[in-house]
Each structure stands twice: as structure tokens, then as C-alpha cells.
Ligand binder design. Structure first.
Ligand code: ZN
Length: 297
């Protein structure tokens, strides 16, 4: 009897200690590597638990992938997954560097994104490799398809949202409810011109509708797919993207040429930057004004 009582006392004393341990567990944290203009200022994000981590979006150039490798190594965490948000080369082209550095990490994406990448990889490599030179992939490949919409990180849920319309018609995002962190890939830009080279007017409106869904999450942390260096990782990228998409149809209607439309967009968003010698705004406005066909992806 005394033994049982002692056991009960021990249990009661131990119980709060266990609860306390759980409360003391550091929450998930997010670290972001802002890549160079060569990688179109893509953000690569590391979601970290106590011992393990998940990386979102490898960059475009091999050089930036080595920098991302350094961030992962410096974190001291074991990389379990590399998640790719969508089929644009600036979000997966350099993944071979990370695959070599972290061979036990699973490289994954939504099954639709995987199918998109396999379909378009040959012409993407042909299109981008000459410009990338030694910074381009040597062994281009695709991620594996996720079997569920959840990636577990030490018991914490990372939820895949989408596919939905973003700068790609099959864009996905990662949502970490416990810390209200949103990794939206190219559903959100921050003071970088939006890529609208693959969009009919209906798809521009559909992207705007996706923003309402994402803003309703009320995220505290938002890591935009592309951001002007120096900006915070917060919901300002969602409001920037929404206001840019709200304004776009008006610029299309009010301009007589792509060149005139570019001027209007730059005046309305004076601190917003472009990459690769005005690649984004020139192509997006030329598509909007019918001066070149809709970009094939
Ligand atoms: Zn991108």
C-alpha cells in the first residue's frame, strides 16, 4: 500500500514536470535566405524544430543553392524534407546541390507540381541553361509526389495548400498553423514586379481570389516567393500582391502599348524592382497588351 502511495505521489510530482517540458519546447522557427538577383531574389526558407528542419524552395542558381546549404548546415538541424511550391525553375532548378549535401532529405511537392515539372523540364532546361552557364543544373530532375497534404516536422503539422492560381496556375503554399507562418511561394511577391506572363485576364482575377484565401489565414509570418531585399517576412507581401493585382486590369485598359503600360506600373509602384534586365515587367505587359503570345510553361 505504501509502495502504491509512493508511486502515486511520484506520478503526481512527475506529471507537472512533463507538462512543463512540453511548454518549454521551443516553438518552430523560420529562417530565410534571400538569394541574389541571379536567383531572381527568390526566398529559400528553413522551418526548424528542435532537431529537424524542412526547407521550402531551393533557389535558381547552383551558387545560391550552396549558400542555402550553408544556412542548413549552420542551423545544426537534420534536413528531413525539401518542399517545392511550384513548377518554375527559380524554385527548384538548383536542387541537385541540396540533394548531394543532404542525401537523406526527401525532395517533395504536390503531385500536380511533380507532373508539371516532368512535363516541362526539357524545354525549361533548353530555355534557361544557356543564360545560367555553370550556374545551371548539371542533372536536372524532379521532386517526388507527396502522398498527403501534410508534412510532419517533429510532430508539428505543415499543411500543403492548393494547387491554386498564383504566378503559376498550379501554385501551392505551405501553412504552419502552430506559428501562423505562411510559405506561399509565388502566390506572394513583395515589391518585386509580379510575373503575369502566363495569364489571361481571368487568371489574373483568379490569382486575386487566391489572395483573399491566403489573407483570411491571418498569418504572422509570410515568406514571399520573391522580395525586394530588406523587407520583413510579414503580411505586407500579401497586401502588396493583392493591390498590384487590383491595379493591373486598369493599366491594361488605360494603356495603348506595353511600353506605356510599363511606365504606368512603375509610377504606381515606384519602389518595386525587377530582375534580369526588366524581364518580369516587360514580358508581363507585352502579354497583357497582346504584343507577344502567352508564355508557355
Ligand atoms: Zn518565382
Amino acid at each position: 500500500m505504501i509502495t502504491r502511495l509512493l508511486a502515486l505521489v511520484a506520478l503526481l510530482l512527475a506529471a507537472p514536470a512533463v507538462a512543463q517540458d512540453q511548454a518549454d519546447q521551443p516553438p518552430l522557427t523560420v529562417q530565410v535566405l534571400r538569394t541574389s538577383e541571379g536567383s531572381l531574389h527568390v526566398n529559400s526558407a528553413l522551418i526548424m524544430g528542435e532537431r529537424e528542419a524542412v526547407l521550402v524552395d531551393p533557389p535558381f542558381t547552383l551558387a545560391d543553392a550552396h549558400r542555402v546549404t550553408g544556412m542548413v548546415l549552420d542551423s545544426g538541424k537534420t534536413l528531413t524534407h525539401i518542399f517545392i511550391t511550384h513548377d518554375h525553375p527559380d524554385h527548384f532548378f538548383a536542387m541537385e546541390v541540396l540533394a548531394d549535401a543532404f542525401p537523406d532529405a526527401e525532395i517533395v511537392a504536390h503531385e500536380t507540381v511533380v507532373a508539371d515539372i516532368w512535363r516541362s523540364l526539357p524545354f525549361k532546361v533548353a530555355r534557361w541553361s544557356p543564360g545560367l552557364g555553370d550556374n545551371g543544373p548539371v542533372h536536372p530532375t524532379a521532386p517526388a509526389a507527396l502522398e498527403s497534404d501534410v508534412i510532419m516536422l517533429e510532430g508539428h503539422e505543415l499543411r500543403v495548400l492548393g494547387p491554386m492560381q498564383g504566378d503559376h496556375h498550379h501554385s501551392t503554399a505551405l501553412w504552419v498553423p502552430e506559428i501562423r507562418a505562411l510559405l506561399p511561394g509565388d502566390l506572394a511577391f513583395n515589391e518585386v514586379h509580379l510575373w503575369l506572363g502566363e495569364h489571361t485576364p481571368e487568371q489574373v482575377a483568379a490569382w486575386r481570389a487566391s489572395m483573399d484565401e491566403l489573407m483570411a489565414l491571418d498569418a504572422d509570418i509570410v515568406v514571399a516567393g520573391h522580395a525586394r531585399p530588406g523587407l520583413p517576412d510579414d503580411a505586407s507581401s500579401l497586401t502588396f500582391t493583392a493591390s498590384y493585382l487590383d491595379a493591373w486590369p486598369g493599366f491594361v485598359a488605360a494603356s495603348s502599348s506595353a511600353a506605356e503600360m510599363q511606365q504606368m506600373v512603375r509610377e504606381a509602384f515606384p519602389t518595386t524592382i525587377d530582375v534580369l534586365d526588366n524581364f518580369i515587367l516587360v514580358n508581363s505587359t507585352e502579354v497583357a497588351k497582346g504584343e507577344q503570345p502567352i508564355w508557355e510553361e
